[in-house]
Design a protein around this ligand. Structure first.
Ligand SMILES: [Fe+2]
Length: 319
């Protein structure tokens, strides 16, 4: 995910507000330059792409920050638009979401259940935007902090993949896992933006406030939605650690629900490998090394091995 190209729809590129960035076409595994910085994207370009059934172009990781800002502003505009029906908003959120998770599956050839996982993520998102509760919950997260939203989507896609590689789960259980993982950071809506976006170290009181997000998210969603207890347990326990060093309850090992253990592994991995303005994204192998060595004992070792198979199948990372 370090080399994460962001898909942008040809429609949105035509917007006057679209930033001047280089655009790429995807061909197999490669990205080919379509338009460089400074060159105008014309109506004719759009027409030609549509004629060739190209709906999306890609923005390189070098422009991640500027394109994320644009997408964020665009999403905000859509969500605030009261003339749009829930269904239309759902469609737009679905499109934005599916684009962000599309490229998560980096090594399809290595994952036995790849196609199923991908379909499940698509089904999950389709279900989410058609369910009133889930749609409004997604809107809330998306409009509070866009980074949290994108991060949650990536953790969800990876978690579905990791679940299907590590355990046999029925489709309904997978949907549950997906919903719980997507909303794992919901409680962050109660944390002020300044703290969430702060680039320096957090102060003690800020850390205390931050650490409340699993419990607050759990209680809010329990009281205000029909999301299942199973899914909610991921929200509540995703910061617990295998050796008892986590929060909010400091439970360990088997006391932590299985899906929350998977969620924790995917949450840490996606945080380390995702580009943020204050810190550069790490390559998969380095992230795995940190999770296995520096965080030794904190995460379920079997799940770490399965994750390694998925994200860096050809490299031997430290045992
Ligand atoms: Fe969290």
């Amino acid at each position: 995910m370090g080399e994460f190209y962001v898909p942008v729809s040809v429609d949105s590129i035509q917007s006057d507000l679209f930033p001047d960035v280089a655009l790429y076409l995807k061909s197999g595994d490669k990205y080919i330059l379509y338009k460089s910085h400074g060159r105008n994207f014309s109506r004719l370009d759009a027409q030609r792409l549509v004629e060739n059934c190209v709906d999306f172009l890609f923005v390189s990781p070098a422009d991640l920050e500027v394109i994320t800002l644009f997408l964020e502003a665009n999403a905000e505009r859509v969500l605030k638009d009261e003339t749009l029906q829930a269904k239309a908003k759902g469609k737009i959120i679905y499109q934005t979401s599916i684009n962000f998770v599309g490229d998560i599956f980096e090594h399809p050839e290595k994952v036995a259940d790849f196609e199923r996982s991908k379909r499940l993520v698509q089904n999950l998102l389709q279900y989410l935007v058609s369910d009133k509760d889930c749609l409004s919950t997604m809107e809330t997260v998306m409009s509070h902090n866009y980074y949290t939203f994108v991060h949650s989507l990536q953790v969800t896609a990876l978690s579905i993949l990791l679940h299907s590689e590590a355990y046999m789960l029925a489709r309904d259980e997978m949907l549950d896992v997906g919903i719980g993982t997507l909303f794992h950071d919901f409680g962050k809506i109660f944390i002020p933006q300044e703290i969430l976006n702060k680039s320096g170290k957090l102060t003690e009181p800020e850390i205390a406030l931050y650490k409340k997000h699993p419990e607050e998210g759990y209680h809010y969603l329990k009281n205000n939605t029909r999301i299942s207890e199973n899914a909610l347990s991921i929200v509540r326990h995703h910061h617990e650690r295998n050796n008892g060093t986590g929060y909010p309850h400091g439970v360990k090992g088997e006391q932590i629900p299985r899906s929350a253990q998977v969620g924790a592994v995917c949450d840490v991995y996606c945080t380390l490998t995702m580009d943020r303005s204050c810190r550069k994204a790490l390559p998969s192998s380095i992230a795995l090394q940190i999770m296995k060595q520096e965080m030794k004992g904190a995460l379920n070792p079997r799940l770490l091995d399965v994750l390694e198979e998925i994200v860096c199948p050809n490299e031997a990372v430290f045992p």
